[in-house]
Design a protein around this ligand. Structure first.
Ligand SMILES: Cc1cc2nc3c(=O)[nH]c(=O)nc-3n(C[C@H](O)[C@H](O)[C@H](O)COP(=O)(O)OP(=O)(O)OC[C@H]3O[C@@H](n4cnc5c(N)ncnc54)[C@H](O)[C@@H]3O)c2cc1C
Ligand SMILES: NC(=O)c1ccc[n+]([C@@H]2O[C@H](COP(=O)([O-])OP(=O)(O)OC[C@H]3O[C@@H](n4cnc5c(N)ncnc54)[C@H](OP(=O)(O)O)[C@@H]3O)[C@@H](O)[C@H]2O)c1
Length: 389
């Protein structure tokens, strides 16, 4: 979606080659997390954003993974290919397509079928056939979940697919979205991001998230052009600055709320701000601690409630803090406050939703259907908004 304010020539189809000007670790030594503050320079792009929008980033795959695939295929990388998925006007060199256009993870059953048809080694053929029987559906799903394309090529060397054959099995490398952690009122030519770097292990191999490690490891500050676009969102502050806002953002979910608070301070909004933040440990994972403390000290946020989940034996989460302060939360909501949630969609956002419903039912003296109706109305009035992923 684009807004009339967005007069830029740059978009998702024509991303702006931005420079990253800062890449700073937000966690302190000893943390189990790697969360980075990334600053992207927008100068000269004509791009505009508002607090609540996201930035789209087109990443490149790891060169080592591309090199491994080329080696396993016995290809030079110069072979012209035209992956069906991409509908290219003319073929591109295999190396470029693997580096910038296609996802090297998540191979599908069809790839296993192709390898099965091509394998010449009897042991490899037997293993592939075993994965493709109707009874092996779950086995195959579990097997594929643990593997990337390079693993399959390594495991079945006799089944060498041709370059074109391989790329036709790959999906498009999609841009990743990041909630913007800055306000344009304070940083008109910059976008700040809060990026949780993805690194893990499967099938005894180190894996990485494509875009988070691109931003963390491969983009050189001030040098590497990074294709970006602004993704405009419905997620945003109330027009009336006199309204109160409640923001629940554990982990990287805090990003848009740093933008919200910057924005509210810059615009002189008179409504109160209440922030709920959570992460593993206070000593190492209190993201943007200095900002929050300064804003709290200046009265620019009215409340900051934190839930450091692993600082005690029993887990404490943001929704526990909501329940602990149920009466005050209800009084803010009853008084017209907007309620925002950002971060993990799978568990956190659901649990926060349940807590909100419970607080409204208990404090408002409503039965379950009435509380549900109340929440529905909040959503309708755009006073309950979520940016979850
Ligand atoms: C609107 C929106 C806003 C977002 N905002 C932010 C933000 O502010 N900050 C932020 O960090 N992210 C944010 N995200 C998520 C972001 O877009 C990416 O999905 C995320 O950074 C991972 O991208 P990646 O390319 O590094 O990882 P990918 O290459 O996409 O890999 C991620 C995949 O790896 C697998 N995986 C990850 N960990 C493990 C594990 N331990 N074991 C097995 N498999 C695993 C999973 O299949 C996972 O889907 C947002 C998403 C949306 C939609
Ligand atoms: N694969 C996994 O198991 C896993 C787990 C966490 C995060 N992630 C991913 O890692 C990335 C980084 O995440 P992030 O830094 O934004 O935050 P995060 O690691 O998801 O968590 C931030 C805080 O939220 C807590 N939390 C966990 N479950 C919760 C729940 N149900 N309700 C409320 N809070 C909850 C965490 O506690 P605890 O961690 O102490 O429980 C932590 O204190 C995201 O992409 C996320 O999806 C994956």
């Amino acid at each position: 979606m684009s807004t009339p304010a967005d007069a830029s020539a740059y978009s998702k189809d024509h991303p702006f080659p931005a420079l990253v000007t800062e890449n700073r670790l937000l966690n302190k030594p000893g943390s189990a997390k790697e969360t980075r503050h990334i600053v992207v320079n927008l100068a000269g792009s004509g791009l505009h954003y508002k607090a609540g929008d996201s930035l789209g980033v087109f990443a490149e795959n790891r060169p080592a993974e591309v090199a491994e695939i080329l080696e396993r295929l016995g290809a030079s990388g110069d072979e012209p290919v035209s992956p069906a998925m991409l509908r290219l006007p003319s073929p591109l060199p295999l190396r470029e397509v693997l580096a910038t256009r296609l996802a090297l993870a998540a191979p599908t059953r069809k790839m296993v079928e192709t390898l099965s048809a091509k394998a010449t080694d009897p042991d490899e053929k037997a293993k592939l056939s075993g994965l493709l029987t109707p009874e092996s559906k779950d086995l195959l799903a579990g097997y594929l979940e643990q593997r990337e394309f390079a693993d399959l090529l390594a495991e079945f060397p006799s089944a060498k697919p041709g370059p074109q054959e391989l790329v036709d099995h790959m999906r498009k490398l999609m841009p990743r979205l990041y909630s913007i952690a800055s306000s344009p009122k304070v940083h008109p030519n910059e976008i700040h991001l809060t990026v949780a770097v993805v690194r893990y292990e499967t099938n005894h191999r180190d894996r990485v998230g494509v875009c988070t490690t691109f931003l963390a490891d491969r983009v050189q500050v001030g040098t590497t052009p990074t294709p970006v676009f602004v993704s405009h969102s419905h997620f945003g502050l109330p027009d009336d600055g006199a309204k109160d806002v409640i923001m629940v953002g554990p982990g990287t979910g805090i990003a848009p709320f740093r933008a919200f608070v910057q924005d509210r301070i810059a615009s002189g909004a008179t409504g109160r701000n209440w922030v709920f933040f959570g992460d593993q440990h206070r000593a190492t994972d209190f993201l943007y601690e200095e900002d929050w403390k300064e804003w709290l000290a200046k009265g620019q946020i009215a409340r900051l409630d934190t839930a450091f989940s692993r600082d005690q034996l029993t887990k404490v989460y943001v929704q526990d803090k909501m329940r602990e302060h149920a009466a005050e939360l209800w009084s803010w909501i009853k008084g017209g406050a907007s309620f925002y949630v950002c971060g993990d969609a799978k568990r956190m956002a659901k649990d926060v939703d349940t807590a909100l419903l419970d607080v409204i039912a208990q404090q408002g003296g409503l039965d379950a259907p009435a509380a549900t109706e109340y929440v529905k109305q909040l959503k309708k009035e755009k006073r309950y908004q979520r940016d979850v992923y």
